[in-house]
Design a protein around this ligand. Structure first.
Ligand code: ADP
Length: 214
């Protein structure tokens, strides 16, 4: 959450003269105490200010890592996921490679009857080509990593959890799925994609926002 100019001004005043009472802050800002009340209680709730009875307000100094933790631990996958590139398992290896180039992605998600069936990466294609197999007649379903060995994420999962899956399983991306029950069977509908690029973008945006908002 971005602070308003007045909230930033209050933090500056407290930082310079802490501990300081609300009357003194109001006096410096030429405001009434009641006009300040909402800002002060919000800053206290956000754990940026500490209010000590009969003493006044002082700053709770947060380390950069605890500020970053607050922001990162609140991010969910659906706020940063991108559009998935999906291909049916019957498509050929040739179609898969062309799609990868056209869509400019490193991983394709493979579906069967519209539901998640597998994942295919750059190395899967390279391995297949090195094996001299027939690119036009080999279906991607034959060379993909398939369910139930697929790691995936959910829209409301924390971004930190998704990033941990990428690191722990040494993979570049995760399909983001919603569960559907079809004819009594659990199926996964692909609704997005989380990749190492998505996570890197969050990192860069966080720093840019901070520079822009400073
Ligand atoms: P690259 O092939 O470019 O190194 P990855 O590291 O993502 O890309 O893929 C390595 C292997 O892991 C491939 O065999 C791929 O099929 C498989 N893989 C990729 N993503 C997943 C996933 N989400 N779940 C399970 N296996 C995956």
């Amino acid at each position: 959450m971005r602070l308003t100019p007045r909230q930033n001004e209050i933090l500056d005043i407290v930082r310079k003269s802490q501990p300081i009472t609300s009357e003194q802050i109001a006096h410096i800002l030429s405001l009434s105490r009641s006009a300040l009340r909402n800002d002060l209680s919000l800053l206290t709730m956000m754990e940026l200010l500490e209010a000590k009875p009969n003493v006044g307000y002082s700053i709770i100094e947060k380390t950069l890592s605890s500020q970053a933790m607050d922001i990162i631990s609140n991010l969910t996958v659906d706020t940063v996921m991108s559009v998935p590139v999906v291909l049916d398992e019957k498509k050929s290896v040739y179609d898969g490679i062309v799609t990868m180039f056209i869509e400019d992605v490193g991983t394709l998600f493979v579906v069967s009857d519209g539901y998640l069936a597998g994942v295919i990466s750059r190395k899967d294609f390279l391995k297949n080509i090195l094996g001299n197999s027939e690119m036009n007649s080999t279906p991607i379903g034959m060379i993909m990593t398939r369910m139930p060995n697929i790691h995936y994420s959910f829209p409301k999962e924390s971004l930190f959890m998704a990033a941990s899956k990428l690191i722990n399983h040494e993979i570049d991306s995760l399909p983001v799925v919603e569960t559907a029950i079809v004819n009594g069977m659990k199926r996964l509908k692909i609704v997005g994609r989380i990749s190492k690029t998505s996570i890197t973008r969050v990192f860069v945006d966080l720093i840019n926002d901070d520079i822009g908002g400073a």
